[in-house]
Design a protein around this ligand. Structure first.
Ligand SMILES: [Zn+2]
Length: 337
């Protein structure tokens, strides 16, 4: 499967800009969530940081094989800086909520200034420095103005990629300094290809209902629902079990190991497990009988989301599943034990 599915125009434009050395210091990736903007930004970062940079196979998403590409695609390269709001960082499990106040949904001016300082420092690996601003429209005017200086005078070999839903979501002064690329909603065919590669059940049905977004397609519950007969059942037994507390640690690790062997089944298992836990959370919230207290169900859903995120960023499937099953055990009163 291609690294980026269904965005041929964008792929061609970036390939030709890279090949002709016309990339510039600012790029604006426009489109809805779930159409591949972030994947493209990380892939492009890979191409700039790739150990085989310039080779034909490294255009426009990097070779995908070298350490630099793998780290960039996972968002974990020292010369790749991801800028996001605190709320987004908490949602992705990258930082802990502070507990006293709600995490800010905005990208604050201080964070932008800090990024600008980092981009002026020498690159760790002596090559490019790449910044990706997720949800650039979450920067208020002063945050955007702070970024403007970086875009006006980008250091040599510095590239800033901004993700936004549409051009009007950022200041005209920002947009005009960037190469703008529009990501169209994904065609059903592309969605089917993405779902099939992930081993997701009901690829055709989900692709039809997903309105062009791969994220939505993956999040949709499969039509036949339920955890019966799939790895979802094994996860349920390991994490919830008969009394709501799940199996012992070694039973849990065995379940993770068994499931991790079949990478293609993992997505389906997580989806089935999620559907079952969601039903419990709804029942519990409505005051109906449920094997899971609401708080426990929410905590499990968060852990599933974190496991999915790690797997999507090419982390080890086995490690992500172990992390998932080693959730704290819950007693009948809903407290961890
Ligand atoms: Zn590479």
């Amino acid at each position: 499967m291609d690294y980026l599915v269904g965005q041929e125009r964008v792929t061609r434009a970036l390939a030709s800009a890279l090949a002709g050395d016309r990339l510039g210091g600012g790029l604006l990736f426009l489109g809805d969530a779930g159409v591949g903007r972030e994947r493209a930004a990380l892939g492009l970062a890979g191409a700039l940081l790739c150990e085989r940079r310039g080779a034909a196979e490294a255009v426009p998403w990097g070779c995908g094989m070298c350490g630099a590409c793998r780290r960039a695609r996972a968002g974990a390269h020292p010369d790749l800086h991801l800028l996001m709001s605190e709320a987004e960082s908490v949602r992705r499990g990258l930082s802990q909520p502070d507990g006293k106040r709600r995490p800010s949904p905005d990208i604050l001016v201080d964070a932008v200034r800090e990024l600008a300082v980092r981009l002026r420092m020498a690159a760790h690996q002596g090559g490019y420095r790449v910044a990706v601003v997720l949800d650039a429209h979450r920067m208020n005017a002063s945050a955007q103005n702070a970024l403007l200086k970086t875009l006006e005078e980008p250091g040599e070999r510095t590239v800033v990629v901004l993700l936004a839903p549409h051009e009007r979501a950022v200041l005209p002064t920002i947009a005009s300094r960037c190469m703008r690329l529009a990501f169209a909603p994904l065609a059903e065919r592309a969605l089917r290809e993405i779902l099939t590669a992930r081993g997701a059940p009901d690829a055709g049905e989900r692709a039809r209902r997903a309105q062009g977004s791969a994220a939505r397609a993956i999040a949709l519950e499969p039509a036949d629902d339920g955890a019966k007969g799939s790895g979802g059942g094994a996860l349920w037994d390991a994490l919830v079990g008969g009394d709501g507390a799940g199996g012992t640690m070694s039973e849990r690790l065995d379940a993770a190991e068994a499931l991790g062997k079949e990478r293609s089944d993992v997505d389906a298992a997580l989806t089935a497990f999620e559907a079952q836990v969601t039903r419990c959370a709804r029942a519990s919230a409505a005051g109906a009988a449920s094997p899971l207290p609401w708080g426990h169900a929410r905590a499990l859903l968060d852990r599933v989301a974190r496991a999915r995120g790690a797997i999507a960023h090419n982390a080890s499937v086995q490690l992500a599943l172990e992390e998932l099953v080693l959730a704290p055990r819950f007693a009948d009163d809903g407290r961890a034990r």
